[in-house]
Design a protein around this ligand. Structure first.
Ligand code: HEM
Length: 215
């Protein structure tokens, strides 16, 4: 079991996570702007942002099994991880629109309609928007049980993100397979979770946990 972080550091650790979370984007941008990204710098930057978006999605999904199975309670970081995923998808999308397609809206529209991997990515991005907009205590309280239902969209988003990655590459190598496997395991855990929880006789979870209230 990991030593517990004193409560007084919880808020600071969440802000630290936000700050650290944006480092890959800032570093990638700096490398690109100073001509240090190999090959096509725009594509490299776009890929870096897409990969980090997927990593943050996977990390968001891993919070619950980590707590259930290993007793590591990082639930206070789940909202920050989910929002980081959203910001990375947004930056990935903006890089595609502005630096890759030079805001050629008709070409972008054709891509979204005709290229299935972009259709899927776009679908995932659109689904992420209501989740990001309702990632605040006010929405959680207002929506009540509907909030929990709405946020189950993250399962579809993560699956779509991994699929989008696999479909974006010519040869599906180890990296896309790794993300597909991680997402598959994390999603497969959800339906078996009630059985495991039943064995441990845990109380049902509220949408807003005590540990998240200060976040
Ligand atoms: C949840 C949403 C999304 C996730 C997780 C995601 C993730 C990724 C990942 C991991 C890659 C591959 C990176 C690599 O090859 O190393 C990628 C590529 C790409 N994505 Fe996304 N993406 C998302 C949404 C979008 C959206 C909304 C668009 C644009 C409408 C988009 C356009 C692209 C493009 C154009 C590529 C690169 C294809 C190429 O190599 O030419 N993605 N994305």
């Amino acid at each position: 079991m990991l030593p517990a972080l004193p409560r007084k550091y919880h808020a600071a650790s969440i802000w630290l996570l936000y700050a650290a979370g944006f480092v890959p984007a800032a570093y990638g941008f700096w490398l690109g702007a100073t001509g240090r990204l190999p090959g096509n710098p725009v594509k490299e930057f776009e890929h870096l942002l897409g990969l980090w978006a997927l990593r943050f999605l996977v990390a968001t999904l891993a919070i619950t099994p980590l707590r259930d199975l290993l007793g590591i309670n990082w639930i206070r970081y789940r909202r920050a991880l989910g929002l980081l995923a959203f910001w990375y998808v947004l930056m990935h999308f903006l890089t595609y629109m502005v630096l890759d397609q030079y805001l050629n809206f008709s070409a972008i529209l054709v891509d979204i309609v005709r290229r299935p991997f972009i259709t899927i990515g776009m679908g995932a991005f659109v689904m992420l928007i209501p989740l990001a907009l309702t990632s605040n205590n006010w929405s959680i309280r207002r929506l009540g049980p509907r909030w929990v239902k709405l946020h189950k969209l993250v399962y579809i988003i993560a699956a779509a993100g991994a699929l989008h990655f696999a479909m974006s590459v010519k040869v599906v190598g180890l990296e896309p397979w790794t993300y597909i496997a991680l997402v598959a395991v994390l999603l497969a855990y959800r339906p078996i979770r009630p059985m495991l929880r039943g064995r441990k006789r845990r109380p049902p979870e509220p949408a807003l946990r005590e540990s998240e209230r200060s976040a």
